[in-house]
Write a protein that binds this ligand. Structure first.
Ligand SMILES: CC(C)(COP(=O)(O)OP(=O)(O)OC[C@H]1O[C@@H](n2cnc3c(N)ncnc32)[C@H](O)[C@@H]1OP(=O)(O)O)[C@@H](O)C(=O)NCCC(=O)NCCS
Length: 153
Protein backbone atom coordinates (compact mmCIF):
# COMPACT_ATOMS: atom_id res chain seq x y z
CA UNK A 1 0.00 0.00 0.00
CA UNK A 2 1.28 3.50 -0.86
CA UNK A 3 2.60 5.56 2.05
CA UNK A 4 0.99 8.89 3.01
CA UNK A 5 3.87 10.76 1.37
CA UNK A 6 3.41 8.83 -1.87
CA UNK A 7 -0.32 9.50 -1.89
CA UNK A 8 0.24 13.19 -1.19
CA UNK A 9 2.63 13.66 -4.11
CA UNK A 10 1.26 11.86 -7.16
CA UNK A 11 2.47 12.69 -10.66
CA UNK A 12 -0.36 13.50 -13.08
CA UNK A 13 -0.89 15.29 -16.38
CA UNK A 14 -1.32 19.06 -16.43
CA UNK A 15 -4.96 20.17 -16.13
CA UNK A 16 -6.56 23.44 -17.24
CA UNK A 17 -7.37 24.31 -13.62
CA UNK A 18 -3.66 24.11 -12.67
CA UNK A 19 -3.22 27.74 -13.68
CA UNK A 20 -5.21 28.64 -10.55
CA UNK A 21 -2.99 26.33 -8.49
CA UNK A 22 0.24 28.24 -9.06
CA UNK A 23 1.55 26.49 -12.17
CA UNK A 24 2.81 29.70 -13.82
CA UNK A 25 4.32 30.96 -10.55
CA UNK A 26 6.19 27.66 -10.31
CA UNK A 27 7.62 28.09 -13.81
CA UNK A 28 8.71 31.57 -12.77
CA UNK A 29 11.09 29.90 -10.31
CA UNK A 30 12.81 28.30 -13.30
CA UNK A 31 13.19 31.13 -15.77
CA UNK A 32 11.66 34.26 -17.26
CA UNK A 33 7.94 33.58 -17.52
CA UNK A 34 5.63 36.58 -17.69
CA UNK A 35 2.11 36.28 -16.39
CA UNK A 36 -0.12 34.39 -18.83
CA UNK A 37 -3.75 35.39 -19.38
CA UNK A 38 -6.45 32.75 -18.86
CA UNK A 39 -7.23 32.88 -22.59
CA UNK A 40 -3.59 32.38 -23.63
CA UNK A 41 -3.22 29.58 -21.10
CA UNK A 42 -6.32 27.81 -22.38
CA UNK A 43 -5.28 28.24 -26.03
CA UNK A 44 -1.84 26.76 -25.36
CA UNK A 45 -3.33 24.00 -23.20
CA UNK A 46 -5.78 23.00 -25.97
CA UNK A 47 -3.00 23.12 -28.55
CA UNK A 48 -0.90 20.76 -26.45
CA UNK A 49 -3.91 18.50 -25.85
CA UNK A 50 -4.37 18.13 -29.59
CA UNK A 51 -0.80 16.81 -29.88
CA UNK A 52 -0.73 15.04 -26.54
CA UNK A 53 1.09 11.96 -27.80
CA UNK A 54 4.07 14.12 -28.73
CA UNK A 55 4.00 16.58 -25.86
CA UNK A 56 3.24 15.83 -22.23
CA UNK A 57 3.40 18.19 -19.26
CA UNK A 58 3.43 16.43 -15.87
CA UNK A 59 2.83 18.04 -12.50
CA UNK A 60 2.73 17.13 -8.82
CA UNK A 61 0.04 18.80 -6.71
CA UNK A 62 0.43 19.03 -2.96
CA UNK A 63 -2.88 17.63 -1.73
CA UNK A 64 -2.74 19.66 1.46
CA UNK A 65 -2.15 23.09 -0.06
CA UNK A 66 -3.73 22.43 -3.45
CA UNK A 67 -0.64 23.99 -5.04
CA UNK A 68 1.40 22.65 -7.94
CA UNK A 69 4.83 21.95 -6.45
CA UNK A 70 6.67 20.23 -9.29
CA UNK A 71 6.51 20.07 -13.06
CA UNK A 72 8.39 18.92 -16.14
CA UNK A 73 7.58 18.28 -19.79
CA UNK A 74 8.68 15.90 -22.51
CA UNK A 75 8.54 16.53 -26.24
CA UNK A 76 8.71 13.57 -28.63
CA UNK A 77 10.74 14.20 -31.76
CA UNK A 78 9.95 11.98 -34.76
CA UNK A 79 13.07 11.27 -36.83
CA UNK A 80 14.07 9.54 -40.09
CA UNK A 81 17.28 8.12 -38.67
CA UNK A 82 17.33 4.99 -36.51
CA UNK A 83 14.54 3.37 -38.52
CA UNK A 84 12.30 6.41 -38.19
CA UNK A 85 13.04 6.44 -34.47
CA UNK A 86 11.80 8.82 -31.81
CA UNK A 87 13.73 10.90 -29.26
CA UNK A 88 12.31 12.37 -26.05
CA UNK A 89 13.40 15.86 -25.02
CA UNK A 90 12.86 16.74 -21.36
CA UNK A 91 12.26 20.43 -20.66
CA UNK A 92 11.09 22.88 -17.99
CA UNK A 93 11.77 20.82 -14.87
CA UNK A 94 11.25 22.70 -11.61
CA UNK A 95 10.32 21.90 -8.01
CA UNK A 96 8.94 24.57 -5.69
CA UNK A 97 11.72 26.00 -3.51
CA UNK A 98 9.81 24.91 -0.38
CA UNK A 99 9.49 21.33 -1.60
CA UNK A 100 13.01 20.58 -2.82
CA UNK A 101 14.89 17.60 -1.40
CA UNK A 102 11.74 15.46 -1.13
CA UNK A 103 12.54 13.46 -4.27
CA UNK A 104 9.77 15.19 -6.22
CA UNK A 105 12.22 16.19 -8.95
CA UNK A 106 13.31 12.58 -9.30
CA UNK A 107 9.66 11.49 -9.44
CA UNK A 108 8.90 13.92 -12.26
CA UNK A 109 12.02 12.89 -14.22
CA UNK A 110 11.20 9.20 -13.78
CA UNK A 111 7.65 9.76 -15.07
CA UNK A 112 8.84 11.78 -18.07
CA UNK A 113 11.49 9.17 -18.83
CA UNK A 114 8.97 6.31 -18.53
CA UNK A 115 6.60 8.17 -20.85
CA UNK A 116 9.33 8.58 -23.51
CA UNK A 117 10.17 4.89 -23.18
CA UNK A 118 6.51 3.86 -23.37
CA UNK A 119 5.96 5.64 -26.70
CA UNK A 120 9.00 3.94 -28.23
CA UNK A 121 11.79 6.51 -27.93
CA UNK A 122 15.26 5.02 -28.32
CA UNK A 123 16.70 7.71 -26.01
CA UNK A 124 15.70 10.72 -23.95
CA UNK A 125 17.87 13.82 -23.63
CA UNK A 126 17.93 17.14 -21.76
CA UNK A 127 20.08 20.20 -21.15
CA UNK A 128 21.06 21.31 -17.67
CA UNK A 129 23.41 23.56 -15.75
CA UNK A 130 26.63 22.17 -14.26
CA UNK A 131 25.01 22.69 -10.84
CA UNK A 132 22.25 20.20 -11.68
CA UNK A 133 24.49 17.54 -13.22
CA UNK A 134 24.58 15.44 -10.04
CA UNK A 135 20.78 15.57 -9.73
CA UNK A 136 20.32 14.14 -13.22
CA UNK A 137 22.99 11.53 -12.61
CA UNK A 138 20.94 10.38 -9.60
CA UNK A 139 18.02 10.06 -12.03
CA UNK A 140 20.11 7.73 -14.21
CA UNK A 141 21.32 10.23 -16.83
CA UNK A 142 24.90 10.72 -17.97
CA UNK A 143 26.72 13.61 -19.58
CA UNK A 144 27.21 13.45 -23.35
CA UNK A 145 28.65 16.11 -25.64
CA UNK A 146 27.83 19.81 -25.37
CA UNK A 147 24.92 22.14 -26.03
CA UNK A 148 24.96 24.90 -28.69
CA UNK A 149 22.33 27.62 -28.79
CA UNK A 150 21.33 30.68 -30.82
CA UNK A 151 18.69 32.95 -29.33
CA UNK A 152 16.30 34.95 -31.54
CA UNK A 153 15.17 37.24 -28.73
C1 LIG B 1 16.98 20.58 -9.72
C2 LIG B 1 15.65 20.32 -9.01
C3 LIG B 1 14.57 20.05 -10.06
C4 LIG B 1 15.83 19.08 -8.11
O1 LIG B 1 14.58 18.78 -7.52
P1 LIG B 1 14.45 18.12 -6.07
O2 LIG B 1 13.06 17.63 -5.91
O3 LIG B 1 14.97 19.06 -5.04
O4 LIG B 1 15.48 16.90 -6.18
P2 LIG B 1 15.27 15.45 -5.55
O5 LIG B 1 14.88 15.60 -4.12
O6 LIG B 1 14.39 14.64 -6.41
O7 LIG B 1 16.77 14.90 -5.65
C5 LIG B 1 17.09 13.60 -6.09
C6 LIG B 1 18.52 13.30 -5.68
O8 LIG B 1 19.39 14.27 -6.31
C7 LIG B 1 20.11 15.02 -5.31
N1 LIG B 1 20.17 16.40 -5.79
C8 LIG B 1 19.16 17.25 -6.05
N2 LIG B 1 19.62 18.43 -6.52
C9 LIG B 1 20.95 18.31 -6.54
C10 LIG B 1 22.02 19.19 -6.92
N3 LIG B 1 21.76 20.43 -7.43
N4 LIG B 1 23.29 18.76 -6.81
C11 LIG B 1 23.56 17.51 -6.33
N5 LIG B 1 22.59 16.62 -5.96
C12 LIG B 1 21.33 17.02 -6.06
C13 LIG B 1 19.30 14.87 -4.04
O9 LIG B 1 20.11 15.05 -2.91
C14 LIG B 1 18.76 13.47 -4.18
O10 LIG B 1 19.76 12.54 -3.82
P3 LIG B 1 19.39 11.13 -3.09
O11 LIG B 1 18.55 10.36 -4.09
O12 LIG B 1 20.72 10.50 -2.85
O13 LIG B 1 18.63 11.46 -1.85
C15 LIG B 1 15.26 21.51 -8.08
O14 LIG B 1 16.34 21.81 -7.23
C16 LIG B 1 14.88 22.78 -8.83
O15 LIG B 1 13.71 22.95 -9.21
N6 LIG B 1 15.83 23.68 -9.05
C17 LIG B 1 15.55 24.98 -9.70
C18 LIG B 1 15.13 24.83 -11.14
C19 LIG B 1 16.10 24.01 -11.95
O16 LIG B 1 17.33 24.20 -11.88
N7 LIG B 1 15.55 23.06 -12.76
C20 LIG B 1 16.33 22.18 -13.59
C21 LIG B 1 16.49 22.75 -14.94
S1 LIG B 1 17.58 21.74 -15.93
Amino acid sequence: MASNEEQKFQVRKLELSDKRKGFIELLQQLTTCDSVSDKDFEDRFMELQSRAEDHQVFVIEDDRSGKIVATGSVFIERKFIRNCGKVGHIEDVVVDSNARGLHLGKKIINSLTDYAHSVGCYKVILDCSVDNKAFYEKCGYKQKEIQMVKYFI
